[in-house]
Design a protein. Sequence first.
Length: 140
Amino acid sequence: MGELANCPRCHAIFMKGAATVCPACKKKEEQDFQTVYAFLRKKQNRTATVQEISAKTDVEEKQIRQFVAQKRLHPAQFPNLSYDCEKCGTSITEGRLCQNCSQDIEKGLKQLQKNEGLENRKLEREREKARTYYSLKNEQ
Ligand SMILES: [Zn+2]
Ligand SMILES: [Zn+2]
């Protein structure tokens, strides 16, 4: 059973199953993909950028970038298909962030884990101290 959801593109209400957009938008997306793909398959268009494709095919840049991010269009085949890193705007061809930004995030995460580790050790030491104290007291 699917659940009712708002289509993120046209805000129509639809049954959400495997698809994330409504059937009308899904169909439009497929048509857009076919248009873009047909355009890129022409030898002289192989090296077109996302902006150029958008201008020539009338498919939104955002949609084209989504195809690249979904790996439906491969930068290995079409070398100029890049889009912006969500954080700093650098051109990227996979994922949502450029290498620098994902490294930054990873570093941040590691730092967080390290801090948590220190915090845990401190707690452990305090617990240890409390135990020692109690056992000394009980021995007296
Ligand atoms: Zn829709
Ligand atoms: Zn970035």
